[in-house]
Design a protein around this ligand. Structure first.
Ligand code: ZN
Length: 443
């Protein structure tokens, strides 16, 4: 095809999409909803079946309540697994909200179905095969705490957090993960101390890993602290090591089981995991004192999908129910009564401090142009993710494979080599994103 022809074709396409948009508000092809290829995924779970019921279906955005949305990805990470809990477990039907810009799972497990996934945490993340038990880091185990484990943890934790090498205690005799957690979370302590002037505050950490942030604030700032943990082991250790009241998180009916108000509520990787995110934020809001703060950390940036070339199937594991960029996170908080005071990216995730303000409907929606850009970004990233699949997962896309490759080739980010194999072309200034320049966004 000659250059003249290409230009004429692209001019025609653009005009056509403009006409379509004026005529019936139909989005151009590259912004359209992505539909489920409807392949029948056989599930081969021998015993221990996931409860079939309890799939929650959201008609509105679970963050801001808007109805306008575009489907951007039918699947979570289970689509890549050979073995899936059942045929519906991979289908989350992620949609991009036209008001806040957050991508969220419109179908997600609730009640016993969610608890089943949590009880099979390692398997659901792909770290172990279903039906096997992973022998990973003992202190962070997701399995139920037995009397034997409790006795062992008590013995190991008795040495405390700061176990000096010169004492000659073997690494199997104490818990090195306690100090590792202090080190990796020290960045949050630094920010909290620098950005807030807290005098003997009441602080809660939700989804505390091993108590290091609240442990440090308690020790050096005289804070009155509380913690909520994901698993029994963590709850036990936080109480044992730091003497901090700790309860488990109920994701389905999220509540804070300690007396309020708090001056600061810290939440680790919670917004992306929350089953009912706006209810989660409302609960935090209600439990903060007037002008109190929420500090979010480990909230993934969807730039990893849109700009950094990661597979969206791989990134959106079955616990990742919300995905956002920096601006969508700011809007998500604004829509729920929080004003961002500080936000930055650290190690690929967002750190964000926001203040509780009066909740109003007067927050700034995503501009139409930016929304359209985000939808086409997801469209391209979806096609790229399909092309990245292999083996059994690739077979699941057999009915849409040709069309996907054709679209990706037309969009300039895929090509066939001499042997007919499809290859992704990672282009752009950073050398990663899918054949389009990421625009600079002014705030
Ligand atoms: Zn929304």
């Amino acid at each position: 095809m000659g250059l003249q022809e290409t230009l004429a074709t692209s001019w025609w396409r653009r005009s056509l999409s403009r006409i379509r948009r004026i005529a019936g508000n139909t989005p151009p092809d590259h912004e359209k909803s992505i539909s489920d290829p409807q392949t029948d995924f056989s599930s081969e779970m021998p015993q221990d079946q996931i409860p079939a019921k309890h799939i929650l279906v959201f008609e509105d955005c679970p963050i801001c309540g808007s109805k306008a949305r575009t489907m951007v990805n039918p699947f979570n990470k289970f689509v890549l697994f050979d073995q899936q809990p059942d045929t519906r477990s991979s289908r989350y039907h992620y949609a991009l909200c036209h008001e806040c810009g957050v991508v969220s799972a419109t179908r997600r497990p609730g009640g016993p179905r969610y608890r089943w996934l949590l009880e099979h945490f390692e398997e659901s993340l792909g770290r172990a095969a279903f039906g096997t038990r992973r022998t990973g880091k003992f202190s962070l185990s997701s399995y139920k705490l037995t009397d034997d484990m409790e006795a062992k943890l008590t013995r190991l934790a008795s040495h405390g957090v700061f176990v000096s090498d010169h004492l000659g205690i073997g690494r199997k005799e104490y818990l090195p993960s306690l100090l590792a957690d202090r080190f990796s979370n020290s960045v949050h302590i630094e920010l909290i101390r620098s950005l807030l002037s807290l005098k003997t505050p009441r602080v809660l950490e939700i989804r505390s890993r091993l108590g290091s942030i609240v442990g440090s604030l308690k020790q050096t700032d005289g804070a009155e602290v509380y913690a909520m943990a994901l698993f029994d082991n963590q709850k036990f250790l936080i109480q044992q090591v730091y003497d901090i009241p700790t309860e488990l998180i109920d994701f389905e009916r999220f509540h804070i089981p300690f007396p309020r108000p708090f001056d600061l509520i810290i939440a680790n990787h919670m917004l992306t995991h929350a089953i009912h995110p706006s209810r989660f934020l409302a609960t935090v809001h209600k439990n903060l004192s007037l002008g109190g703060h929420i500090y979010l950390y480990n909230e993934p940036d969807d730039a990893e999908i849109l700009d950094e070339g990661k597979s969206m199937f791989n990134t959106l594991n079955p616990f990742h129910l919300q995905a956002f960029d920096e601006e969508a996170l700011i809007r998500a908080l604004a829509a729920n009564g929080f004003q961002v005071k500080f936000i930055t990216r650290h190690a690929g995730s967002f750190l964000c401090l926001a203040q509780a303000v009066e909740k109003t409907d007067n927050w700034t929606r995503i501009p139409a142009k930016q929304s359209s850009r985000r939808r086409s970004g997801y469209r391209r990233a979806y096609d790229a993710s399909v092309i990245m699949t292999s083996g059994r997962a690739k077979e699941r896309f057999s009915t849409v494979w040709d069309a996907t490759v054709e679209r990706a080739t037309a969009n300039g980010f895929a090509e066939k080599d001499a042997s007919g194999r499809v290859r992704l072309i990672r282009s752009g200034r950073t050398g990663h994103h899918w054949g389009y320049a990421k625009p600079k966004i002014k705030s």
